[in-house]
Design a protein. Structure first.
Length: 1162
């Protein structure tokens, strides 16, 4: 900012030495300059300034040019002949800047400018401190990198310091840092400083109060420095301050103070900050103000009428996210010097605005976007004939494009996007606006026209017609005179092929042909035309199948953003160029492995290859790519192996989605280095690990999805004081966690306690990326919305956009025990709570009624007892409620949302009564009449009949009835628990799906069975077989590393682990005959992979001998891999025709011990 002007001023006073030919510079300084010249190569692409040239080329070329004081850019003191000034700005210098460069021999330097060169990410050498007499130092835009040396803080005579990075192409990765020393340490001794430029230097701290002590300051420029905290208001009162630029610091807060009379302030820019409050009426005291930029701040309230006092204003930008209200003050009619006026997003009525616009006849730029303008385009704008830019986008404007717009013959830029305009485009004569170089007509109601007519606008560089219905007459050829477009957006324009006119467009830098119906291959001619120019390309959501010329590497050498998502691309994943920043290839049919060469794109921020058919391992180098990578999405592929293990301390990842692959192993502990991580989704894999408590220190982590893996063990206690305090969503469902629910963690989850989220917006990561767009480098804010799949309202639901108010806990389908802690009620922001399919006991906490935002509550398939709290009827947002298959009793609460739940929400609780169940509530519980179960109607009917007849024939009938009455009344809880478990053991011990409990019909039959089984005395398995299983368990140590299967987990750990677990028929994967008590089955009925091996040699009663018999293979309906190794015991296995095997079975193999044969099918 202002570097060119102040250099001219500084060095002009030194030109006098050029008329003193009788003097000659010092030899050692001449030699130092020559050696400095040879330290670099000349490459004018290293400089951005169009007039850049290599000043050092003329140094010492001829004998008569030996006097270095006469060299270009060199200035000497006319008395001492020492070199005191060196201006090598925009000199095409390229190369690393040596720490011992001979430049430091020029110890008398007072002015040094090396701006606009390329020093290849070199650090500023600490030896720069030898220039102790420096008055001005300019190192801007020269690809210096790293920490600013502390030595600069010792330049007590310094008047101008410019370390800014305004124009540097960030694909070089250069950024200076001012953290140690901090900004405060840097400026503390610079008491003579008048101009300070630190734009895009990473300061990452607050603005120190000491800045207000530098009373000579005239210019302060701190644009995009990651500043935060409160801006010191005293800086506004610096007596000589004319320019203050603090824009682009989104976390910088503050307010405008009361201003004093006769303030020298001329330029004030606070755009894109968090400055807030009302504009003080004293702002009218800034009578010297020429530019006021408050765009994208948080100001509110009415605009003060004193703004009309700022009669020198040429620029007024109040648009963006401000919330100004009320009418515009009529005093603004006095701002007759305005050249730029932006009132976008302004609330309130705007009749006043329309009435005084006619008085602003010097306006050249007018932005009235997002201000709720309705009706036709206001005719009064036709009087502003000096306009060069007009922005009316995103209003409610209707009708056609008016013909009077042709009066604005000076227009260079016209933006009419996002309205309800319709009709033919060229009936308005828009092609007569011969000076147009930028035109946006996208996203209107029904605009249409012939594309060839746009090619009459000879100066057109940027054209956006997204959503316009176009026709292509195809009259223009590559030889005809057509504008050379830099940016072309033809998204959603009904295209079916690559437009032929593109053959003439060899200057395109941005091209979007997304959301069309272009089919087939990407043609060779298109690549040849664009491969040297394109920076941005989108071909997303078409019907493309690949490249006409197959290629391993993408051909566009300068490409920084590419979207090929939503096509039908086949083949391997193309390797992007090193320049790539955004790479989207999701939703295609790409196959093969991810090539490790992808890691050569070391600047990539965003990589999305989800929903393809990629296989193989994730390259280890991907973890090192995390220095730049912010978004990584590889979900729904076929990747296997482990997650890359080494994430550096500089990890920048914010979003990782590896869901839906076949990844295994453990979670890499180095993920804890990713301090910016907001979303981690590794659901639906084969990861075998304990709960990653070591992630708790990631203060920004909001979403953690670990569902459908092999995580196991207790959750334990937090490692630090506030683990996971920012969590909004946690999903641990369908794993193997044990122990109590983690009360200590629940107490830390502060984000779930707040039920008053101020804004309901989509969770997402804003990725700041620099992409070179037509004629400039554009900072693009790329918003990546989070998409997750979680269980809600009884089903797995995919959320394409996750709102910030959405809070979920899903611990379902694990092995949690104990009670539901009362503290859960403190998580008042929860919307979904799913604790189903565990072994939870105790009552339903009354505190759940405090979670007023709750929409879905699932506590089904546990062992909860007691009554359903009546207070839950206060949950008026509750849409899903499921407490089925527990041990609950008493009346079902009535009223409000409970009137909407059907009987399935309460089934399987034998002592519940009331609507919607058929069981009516009374004073005492009586068993319902007998009914027939679905499992065996004839058998069970005969059994009841047999019981009744037998009891009638024995003398102990009365005693039997008395015992039955005694046990069912006095020990009803024991009875229901025992026989509900018996029912589960015989029908559905699978832990990965909902476990059906004892139905009401089954209860009616079991009333008779209970008496029979009590008389037999076999309420648990055989003691001999229980001991055999325990001995087998103790014969081994647990080490999951010895198992080949990725799904392996220590099944036997739960055998007999609790005193009440004596019944081995209730142990994991153990199944017994409900009548004999003998162990009959050892297998996991809900498995993906199943092994039957010599474990069963210890058990004598395995009875299945025909794998295709009815009732056995149905249990394997979800299996994909089956290994059968029969023991040489009475329970031999007979393999019959594989036609009887389930269709889901991918692989099975069978080994016959009798003859050693092995049969395999794939």
């Amino acid at each position: 900012m202002g570097s060119w002007s102040y250099q001219c001023l500084l060095f002009s006073v030194l030109l006098v030495n050029s008329v003193l030919p009788s003097y000659s510079c010092h030899d050692h300084e001449r030699s130092a300059l020559v050696q400095f010249k040879h330290s670099f190569i000349i490459d004018c692409s290293a400089s951005f300034f169009p007039a850049a040239y290599p000043k050092v080329n003329s140094w010492g070329v001829h004998h008569h040019n030996a006097d270095c004081c006469s060299w270009d850019g060199v200035y000497c003191n006319e008395e001492t002949l020492h070199v005191i000034g060196l201006d090598l700005s925009s000199s095409c210098l390229y190369g690393s800047f040596p720490s011992n460069i001979t430049l430091f021999n020029l110890t008398h330097l007072r002015h040094l400018s090396l701006s606009d060169n390329h020093f290849n990410l070199s650090e500023i050498p600490p030896k720069i401190g030898q220039f102790s007499k420096l008055v001005s130092l300019n190192l801007s835009d020269s690809a210096f990198n790293g920490q600013v040396p502390l030595a600069i803080s010792n330049f007590s005579a310094l008047s101008t310091l410019d370390l800014s990075n305004k124009h540097e192409d960030t694909k070089a990765g250069s950024q200076l840092k001012l953290q140690d020393p901090s900004l405060e340490k840097l400026v503390r001794n610079l008491t003579r400083l008048k101009e300070l430029y630190l734009d895009q230097v990473d300061i990452s701290s607050f603005v120190p109060d000491i800045l207000a002590n530098l009373t000579l300051l005239e210019i302060v420029s701190l644009q995009v420095c990651n500043l935060n905290g409160q801006f010191p208001t005293n800086v506004f009162h610096l007596p000589h301050l004319e320019m203050l630029y603090a824009d682009g610091n989104t976390d910088l807060m503050g307010f405008l103070p009361e201003f004093q009379q006769n303030s020298p302030l001329k330029h004030l820019d606070l755009s894109v900050t968090s400055f807030h409050g009302e504009l003080p009426s004293s702002i009218g005291e800034l009578t010297n103000l020429e530019d006021l930029y408050l765009w994208e701040c948080l100001f509110s309230g009415p605009l003060p009428s004193s703004l009309g006092n700022l009669t020198k204003l040429t620029t007024l930008d109040l648009g963006g996210s401000n919330a100004f209200s009320g009418d515009l003050p009529s005093s603004l009619i006095n701002l007759t010097e305005l050249h730029l006026l932006s009132l976008s997003h302004l609330q309130g009525r705007h009749e006043t605005l329309i009435s005084w616009l006619f008085n602003l006849n010097k306006l050249t730029s007018l932005s009235l976007d997002f201000i709720n303008l309705w009706g036709e385009i206001p005719f009064i704008i036709s009087n502003l004939t000096g306009l060069t830019e007009l922005d009316l986008q995103n209003n409610g404007l209707t009708g056609g494009i008016p013909h009077w717009l042709m009066n604005l013959t000076q227009l260079n830029a016209l933006r009419l996007s996002g309205n309800q305009l319709e009709g033919p485009i060229f009936s308005s004569g828009i092609s007569q606006l011969e000076n147009l170089d930028r035109l946006w007509l996208d996203h209107n109601r029904n605009l249409h026209g012939d594309f060839d007519a746009f090619l009459k606008l000879k100066f057109l560089r940027i054209l956006n017609l997204a959503g316009v219905k176009l026709t292509f007459l195809g009259k223009n050829t590559a030889n005809e005179s057509v504008p050379k477009l830099n940016s072309l957006i033809l998204k959603s324009c009904n295209l079916r092929e690559f437009p032929p006119f593109l053959r003439s467009q060899d200057a395109l830098e941005e091209l979007d042909l997304g959301n069309n119906s272009i089919h087939g291959f990407i043609p060779r001619w298109f690549i040849n035309i664009t491969q040297e120019t394109l920076y941005f390309l989108s071909l997303s959501n078409n019907l493309l199948t690949g490249f006409e010329q197959p290629m391993m590497f993408l051909p566009w050498s300068r490409l920084e953003s590419l979207s090929l998502r939503g096509n039908q691309l086949q083949g391997s994943l193309p390797i992007p160029p090193r320049s790539m920043v955004v790479y989207q290839v999701s939703n295609n049919q790409l196959s093969g492995s991810i090539p490790p060469q992808i890691c050569q794109a070391g600047l990539m921020n965003y990589f999305d290859a989800s929903n393809n058919k990629l296989s193989g391992r994730i390259p280890d180098c991907m973890s090192q790519l995390s220095n730049a990578l912010v978004i990584l999405n590889l979900e729904r592929n076929n990747l296997h192996g482990s997650i890359p293990a080494t994430y550096p301390e500089s990890c920048n990842l914010r979003w990782i989605n590896l869901n839906g692959n076949r990844l295994e192993g453990s979670m890499p502990r180095s993920l804890a280095n990713c301090e910016n991580l907001e979303v981690l989704d590794v659901g639906h894999n084969h990861i075998n690990d304990t709960f990653p408590s070591w992630l708790g220190g990631l203060s920004k982590l909001r979403i953690l999805i670990l569902r459908h893996n092999h995580f196991h063990g207790i959750l334990g206690h937090p490692k630090v004081g506030h683990d996971f305090h920012s969590l909004h969503i946690i999903d641990l469902s369908n794993n193997f966690h044990t122990g109590d629910l983690p009360l200590a963690y629940l107490q830390n989850w502060d984000a779930m306690k707040d039920a008053n989220e101020s804004k309901s917006i989509a969770f997402g990561t804003r990725v700041e990326i620099y992409i070179r767009m037509p004629g400039h480098i554009d900072l693009s804010m790329l918003k990546y919305n989070y998409s997750i799949t979680i269980a809600n309202k009884g089903n797995d639901m995919q959320y394409a956009r996750v709102l910030t108010v959405f809070r979920v806990i899903d611990f379902s389908s694990n092995y949690f025990t104990g009670r539901i802690p009362n503290f859960v009620g403190e998580l008042r922001g929860l919307q979904v709570l799913n604790l189903s399919n565990n072994n939870l006991q105790g009552g339903i906490p009354l505190s759940l009624a405090n979670i007023t935002a709750l929409e879905s509550l699932d506590l089904s398939n546990n062992r909860l007892s007691g009554e359903i709290p009546q207070s839950l009827t206060q949950l008026t947002s509750l849409e899903v409620f499921n407490v089925s298959h527990n041990l609950l009793k008493g009346p079902i609460p009535q009223g409000r949302q409970f009137g909407t739940f059907d009987s399935s929400s309460f089934s399987g609780n034998l002592r519940l009564c009331g609507t919607p169940l058929s069981q009516k509530c009374g004073n005492a519980f009586e068993p319902p009449p007998a009914a027939i179960t679905n499992d065996g109607p004839e058998e069970d009917s005969m059994l009841i009949d047999w019981i009744i007849r037998s009891l009638g024939c024995i003398t102990g009938f009365a005693v039997g009835c008395a015992l039955g009455k005694y046990f069912t009344d006095r020990n009803h809880e024991w009875f229901v628990e025992t026989f509900q478990r018996t029912e589960r053991g015989s029908r559905s011990r699978g832990r990965r799906t909902a476990r059906p409990g004892l139905s009401e019909q089954a209860f009616q039959l079991s009333y008779g069975k209970m008496i029979l089984l009590m008389m037999k005395g076999i309420m648990s398995c055989s003691n001999q077989e229980r001991l055999a299983l325990l001995q087998f368990q103790q014969s081994f140590i647990i080490n999951c590393a010895v198992s080949d299967l990725s799904t392996a987990y220590p099944i036997v750990n739960s055998w007999g682990s609790q005193p009440h677990h004596r019944d081995c028929c209730l142990w994991d994967v153990v199944y017994g005959d409900e009548e004999t008590g003998h162990v009959t089955e050892l297998h996991n009925k809900r498995c993906r992979e199943f092994v039957m091996s010599n474990v069963v040699e210890q058990i004598a009663g395995v009875k299945y001998n025909n794998l295709t018999s009815k009732g056995f293979m149905t249990e394997f309906c979800n299996c994909e891999n089956l290994l059968l190794v029969p023991p040489g015991s009475p329970g031999k296995i007979k393999l019959v025709s594989p036609l009887g095997l389930p269709q889901q079975l991918v692989n099975y193999s069978y080994r016959d011990h009798d003859n050693g044969r092995k049969s395999t099918n794939t």
